[in-house]
Design a protein around this ligand. Sequence first.
Ligand SMILES: [Cu+2]
Length: 360
Amino acid sequence: MKRSSAPLIMAITVAALGLYWLYYSFATPYTPQTTFFPTTDFARSTHEVYIFVNLLLLAIFVLVEGALIWVLFRFRKEDARPGDPLPEQVHGNTKIEVGLTVATTLLVIVLFVPSCQQIQFMQTKPDDALVIEVTGKQWWWEFYLPEHDLVTANEVHVPTGRPVRFDLTSTDVIHAFWIPRLGGKRDNVPGRTQFIWMTPEEPGIYDGQCAEYCGSSHALMSMRVVVDTPEDYAAWVAQQKAPSNPAAMSNFASFASAGCLTCHTTLVNDGTVRNMLGPNLTKVATRTQIAAGILPNDSDGMTTWIQNPQYHKPSAKMDIPAAQCTGEGEPDPCCRMIGIGNCLSEETVAQLVSYLQDLK
Ligand SMILES: [Cu+2]
C-alpha cells in the first residue's frame, strides 16, 4: 500500500501558517500591545522567565512528540509481515517510572526557582519611586501623582531612569491595569491597594488595556503611558500644574450651564478633586486621546463624543437615553446628551468643544 505524505505536508503547512500569524500578531514592535519588546526592567525580567519556560517546554514537547511519532512509524501494522510474532508484551517498567518521576520533579524545581525570583523582585518596593495612584472606574482611569499633587485621567507621563510604582485600586468593580510593553498585569480591586513597579528605559508612547472584564464597555477602557526623558517629564508636570483661569475663558458659561461640572472639573487638578464621577478635564487638551483611548483628541473626536457618548461607549455614565430628555427642541440630535435633562444644540456643542480644546 502506497503511503500518502499529504497529511504530514498539510500539518506542516498549518503549523507554519500558525507561527507566521502568531509572529505578525504579537511579535513585532508595530503591535502596540505586544509583550515581546519589553522596555522596562520588570517587563524584561518577566519576558526572560517566559521565554525560558517556553523554550524548556518546547524541548520537552519535541522530545515526547518525536518519540511518539517514531514509535508510530517503527511499529506500524503495514510493516509487519504475515506470521510475524507480536512485539514483546510488557506491563510496567520500574526504571522508566522512577526516572520520569525524578525528571518531572527536577523540572518543576527548575521552573519554580526563576518564577520565585521574579515574584520576589516584583514584590520588593523600590526606593525613591515615582508613585502614581491608579483608580479603575467604569470605564476609564484616574491617575493621581502625590509627589506633584496632580490628578489626570486615562493618560499619564512618567520619566525614564526612575522606578515608577503604580498603586492600584478601584471604586466600583475589579479592573486590571496592563501596559504590556512596560510589564504587568495586576488587578485593581475595590477596597484594597496593590502595586506594580517598573523602571521605564525608552521614551515613547505605551498603550494598555483593562485586562479584567468589568462590564459592557470593558473593551473600551484603554490607558496610555507616555515615557518622557526627565527633562520632558519635568516640562509636562510644569504644564499640568501651570496656573490658568479656565473659568474666565469665553465658553466657560456654556460648559457650566450644560451641566458638565456636575461630573467633571476644569478648574483644579490637585488632590482635592479626586474620585469625581467623570474624568478631570483641567488640562484635557494636552492629552492625545479622549474617552479612555477610543477617540482622538481633536475637534471631530470631541464633537462626536459629546453628541453621542452612548454610541461610542455603551452604558457609560455620560448620557441617558434620549427619551428621558426633558428639554425643548429636536429629540435628535439635539436631545441626546447628558443625564440631567439638558438638550445641547449644535452651537452649544461647538462651544463646549472649543472650550475643551483650549484647556492646555
Ligand atoms: Cu475591564
